[in-house]
Ligand binder design. Structure first.
Ligand code: CP
Ligand code: NVA
Length: 302
């Protein structure tokens, strides 16, 4: 049966361990200039309903390095943009390519595509989750801290798609997350309940200083996700006390990591001082997208 990767919970804890091990091997092989074409003759169709730098480039370069091919598909140029049904698109693409990656406005679209495709579907970000990002983040945390079990992550800011995948990931990794958000922008109670019922270790607070106390990792994301541009002024005001700056980092454990999936609004949610500091793991997070997604593609396609 085909496998999809739509939620971080589409893999088990053991599968996550294997995936990260495989990503580390691929990273080392790439450093040595070794590229094995295990995905020769495989094609990834990449549908982007929203902009992307990291996701597009890492999947495209990753497919190339594995001997395969990636197609960038803008829905505006596809019949999808003129109203062709997602389910019909799924069936047709299944006849042409080996897997689909979609960055979608609505999570339902990813689910509908997967339900109607005969090939693996990967969620490259939806309004609910960003599981590929969290894979890279887990790999980065393991590289820097040599473990995930018991690692305390403070999420500061918007309880958004990346935050949701992070919360669910605690079920697989043994990490603990404390989310500090303005009440209006906390992760939804339905998501928190679902995650806790499945064994997630998550606590929701409103005070950034409370969240970072004893934290090994301080993580944030934009205050204005794609599609929320009209709310920019209001969000900037509400989130201002949630900036990850040096004063906040000083409240975390000595040596705590600062993480951000990028793109960042520098000096809004994270200051130059923090993003450019030794504590910052943001460039490794971005790089690890490549390695971990290559491991994911091999897992889904070989
Ligand atoms: N972090 C991330 O997914 O970046 P892009 O939007 O550039 O793909
Ligand atoms: N939360 C952000 C993540 C971007 C990678 C967004 O959805 O725009």
């Amino acid at each position: 049966m085909k496998k999809d990767f739509i939620s971080i919970l589409d893999i088990s804890s053991d599968e996550l361990t294997n995936l990260i091990a495989s990503a580390r091997r691929l990273k080392e092989e790439r450093r040595l200039g070794v590229h094995t074409p295990v995905l020769a003759n495989k094609t990834l169709g990449m549908i982007f309903e929203k902009s992307s730098t990291r996701t597009r480039i890492s999947f495209e370069a990753g497919m190339f390095e594995l001997g395969g091919y990636a197609l960038f598909l803008n829905p505006k140029d596809m019949q999808l943009g003129r109203g062709e049904a997602i389910r019909d698109t799924a069936k047709v693409m299944s006849r042409f390519v080996s897997a689909i990656m979609i960055r979608a406005n609505r999570h339902d679209e990813v689910l509908e595509l997967a339900a109607n495709a005969d090939i693996p579907v990967i969620n490259g970000l939806s309004d609910r989750e960003h599981p590929c990002q969290i894979l890279a983040d887990i790999m980065t945390i393991e590289e820097r801290l040599f473990r995930t079990e018991g690692v305390k992550v403070a999420w500061i800011g918007d309880g958004n798609n990346v935050c949701t995948s992070l919360i669910f990931s605690t079920i697989l990794t043994g990490m603990e997350v404390v989310v500090a958000s303005p009440p209006e922008f906390s992760p939804s109670s339905a998501i928190v309940r679902e995650a806790q019922e499945k064994g997630a270790k998550v606590r929701i607070v409103t005070e950034p200083r409370e969240a970072v106390s004893d934290a090994d990792v301080v993580m944030t994301d934009t205050w204005v996700s794609m599609g929320q541009e009209e709310e920019i002024d209001r969000r900037r005001k509400i989130f201002a006390p949630y900036q990850v700056n040096q004063a906040l980092m000083n409240g975390a454990k000595p040596g705590a990591l600062a993480m951000h999936c990028l793109p960042a609004h520098r000096n809004w949610e994270i200051t130059d001082e923090v993003i450019d500091s030794k504590a910052s793991a943001v460039w490794d997070q971005a790089e690890n997208r490549l390695h971990v997604q290559k491991a994911l593609l091999v897992r889904l396609l070989v």
